[in-house]
Design a protein. Structure first.
Length: 271
């Protein structure tokens, strides 16, 4: 029996998962929420698959024991494509993963050429190959690993102004490939990347790309999935303040607090 006070748990390496978290809060504003950031383990995109799977399973296990969530969202593409099956095998609650929005991109593109920006670990996964084979037959999906976008996204959430060079480098990695001039849609295959969508759009223009680019991510689909999985469950009449949990030192997140407060995350703890 689910209790009204049981929270939704969102998990990511840093604050990238806020792009997913925000959409879920739009759909379920009354839900108690916990957002957990693994700052002690960031970045996942440079780790081996075994390291990521082991770490994610262990941390979500500890978080589940401590906070008893009704549902957990792995709001990280890298962790999801590597560890989702492992986590589902060991935890007794619904687990929602985050995977690149290849299907929506294939439906959105008018030219039949779209891009995928992600971490190195994400874009090389067989899972991504299967999504491309299933939803993008007869189309061209150009991939580019852009781990250099994570740091600017984090910096932006600390109130800093990121260096535009990182955004130009990421977009050039897609647009300068063969057929890159035909790209009209880009999948943001890391939850950090929607936080800097405006900067990526500007970078494309700076590079002389003449087509208007539509950026797509999986946040809305995930929110719909959460609503479906919690249908009929009780919620508090008045939601509690959101809790932000970090695996790193508490001092690390001081600069993020003003931005986190805008998302309703006003209480803090360490794991």
């Amino acid at each position: 029996m689910t209790e009204a006070s049981q929270p939704l748990l969102f998990f990511d390496t840093g604050v990238g998962g806020l792009s997913v978290f925000a959409k879920a809060r739009e759909f379920l504003p009354q839900a108690p929420v916990i957002y957990a950031a693994d700052y002690a383990g960031i970045p996942y995109g440079e780790k081996s698959e075994m390291e990521v799977a082991t770490r994610v399973c262990a941390l979500l296990g500890r978080l589940s024991e401590r906070y008893r969530p009704r549902l957990a969202v792995i709001a990280c593409n890298t962790a999801s494509v590597i560890a989702l099956a492992h986590v589902r095998a060991v935890l007794g609650i619904p687990i929602v993963g985050t995977v690149p929005a290849i299907k929506p991109a294939s439906l959105a593109t008018k030219t039949g050429v779209f891009g995928l920006l992600g971490t190195k670990a994400t874009i090389r996964q067989p899972y991504v190959d299967r999504l491309e084979a299933e939803f993008a037959q007869g189309m061209t999906m150009l991939r580019h690993a852009a781990p250099e976008l994570v740091a600017p996204a984090e910096a932006k959430m600390r109130g800093e102004v990121p260096d535009p060079a990182a955004f130009r480098s990421a977009m050039a990695g897609l647009l300068y490939q063969p057929q890159g001039d035909q790209i009209d849609t880009v999948v943001l295959g890391c939850t950090h990347f929607p936080l800097v969508e405006t900067e990526l759009a500007q970078a494309a223009r700076d590079l002389g790309h003449v087509r208007e680019i539509r950026f797509v991510d999986g946040a809305e689909g995930i929110a719909h999935r959460i609503v479906h999985l919690t249908e009929g469950q009780a919620w508090p009449e008045k939601p509690a303040p959101g809790l932000f949990v970090t695996t790193g030192a508490s001092e690390q997140i001081l600069a993020y607090r003003p931005a986190l407060a805008e998302y309703g995350l006003t209480e803090f703890a360490t794991l």
